[in-house]
Design a protein around this ligand. Structure first.
Ligand code: 5GP
Length: 232
């Protein structure tokens, strides 16, 4: 059976604490014909994580074997562990008539965009460095040192914002989800051509246009500055 999706990739990136996991689960569970790309990782499972649902947890040897065989669409090392997306996700999505959501970092996004230019990349931003720090401290999952490492990593991710097609500042989760929904609908409509256009699709297109990276330069510059990031 084929649905609205047809193997389109939607990348969602964002620093830890940007609200990314909530947005990803909204997209996967509330939008039709979406599937989540379950990444491979060599890091240890955290409490509550399940192998085959959140990640496929594997050894470094197994990861390096997949890498050497060219089986990965992209991969990166984050805080000393490998993460990667298996190429088979593309075939699997087409077979099921679905689009795919990838929760990957900026390095993975660069690799996917260079081999599949039509992949759509969305970057979620916190309102400011101070707000991100507050959220990271509030969830109390990390040591003070880890919070600082995450903030530094966030700065590096944000500096690469030009890789992304869309930027969304996650202030109110429900608004962010509605914006991502509009992006998905607009991208699907564009792919379907003029026949796919409807008043609903045109409204989504207008809303998605407001999230395009070019449209948000001025809005994000203050955020970038709060991180001390290079904006030029
Ligand atoms: P965590 O260990 O907190 O689940 O994820 C750490 C980082 O790795 C997040 O930024 C997440 O987006 C990224 N990540 C998760 N899976 C992949 C993947 O398959 N490839 C890449 N490049 N990054 C990933």
């Amino acid at each position: 059976m084929t649905g609205a999706g047809a193997g389109q990739l939607f990348i969602i990136s964002g620093p830890s604490g940007s609200g990314k996991s909530s947005v990803v689960s909204f997209v996967v569970n509330s939008l039709p014909d979406m599937m989540f790309s379950i990444s491979y990782t060599t890091r240890e499972p955290r409490a509550g994580e399940q192998d085959g649902r959140d990640y496929r947890f594997i050894s470094r040897e197994a990861f390096e074997t997949m890498l050497a065989r060219g089986e990965l669409l992209e991969h990166a090392q984050v805080f000393g562990s490998y993460y990667g997306t298996h190429r088979s996700i593309l075939e699997e999505a087409r077979r099921q008539g679905k689009d795919v959501v990838l929760d990957i970092d900026v390095e993975g996004t660069r690799q996917v965009k260079s081999s599949l230019a039509r992949a759509v990349a969305i970057l979620l931003l916190p309102p400011s460095r101070q707000e991100l720090e507050r959220r990271l401290q509030q969830r109390a999952l990390d040591t003070a040192e880890m919070v600082q490492r995450r903030l530094e990593r966030a700065r590096q991710e944000i500096e690469n914002y030009r890789l992304y097609d869309y930027l969304i500042v996650n202030r109110v989760l429900a608004d962010t989800c509605a914006q991502v929904q509009a992006i998905v609908l607009a991208e699907r409509t564009r792919r379907a051509g003029p026949a796919g256009s409807s008043p609903e699709a045109r409204a989504a297109e207008a809303r998605a246009a407001g999230a395009r990276t070019e449209a948000n330069r001025s809005q994000v510059s203050a955020i970038l500055e709060s991180f001390g990031a290079q904006t030029q």
